[in-house]
Design a protein around this ligand. Structure first.
Ligand SMILES: [Zn+2]
Ligand SMILES: [Zn+2]
Length: 145
């Protein structure tokens, strides 16, 4: 189930990452899904003068290289992560926590559905919305009081 996070040191030498790009990747190295504001907050610990505009531009470059992926659902602001491999998401409808999951069985269904309508160049991502274990436990605790 583990989704590999990017090794910032390795990537920095391979892609000759600037200080800002490396700092953004480091902010994401915990495996979280952070908003641009959340990334800004962390990067400012390294580079105090950095602006939100710079964070957005840096994220776009890192996405173009393929080092950062964006996750959005409904009207939520985009959240970013440093993940290299394809994966899917569980999203908690209450606390908005996002969990990475793999669903390898999904590929067969997707390609069956797409090819039945003669679609090629198929891409897909699955977001399963539900209530996380922590929120379910909290709800039970409240109702027991
Ligand atoms: Zn939750
Ligand atoms: Zn993810």
């Amino acid at each position: 189930m583990e989704v590999k996070a990017a090794d910032v040191g390795l990537l920095q030498s391979r892609y000759r990452l600037t200080k800002q790009r490396a700092a953004v990747l480091r902010a994401l190295s915990g495996g979280g899904h952070l908003s641009a504001e959340g990334i800004l907050h962390r990067v400012r610990e390294e580079i105090p003068a950095v602006s939100l505009g710079t964070i957005y531009r840096t994220l776009e470059i890192l996405r173009a290289i393929g080092l950062v992926q964006a996750f959005t659902h409904g009207g939520d602001a985009a959240r970013y992560e440093a993940a290299l491999d394809k994966h899917h998401h569980l999203l908690c409808s209450q606390c908005r926590h996002v969990l990475n999951v793999h669903a390898p069985e999904l590929a067969r269904i997707v390609y069956e559905v797409a090819s039945a309508e003669n679609f090629d160049q198929v891409d897909y991502s699955l977001t399963i919305v539900g209530r996380c274990a922590r929120c379910a436990t909290a709800a039970r605790t409240v109702s027991n009081n």
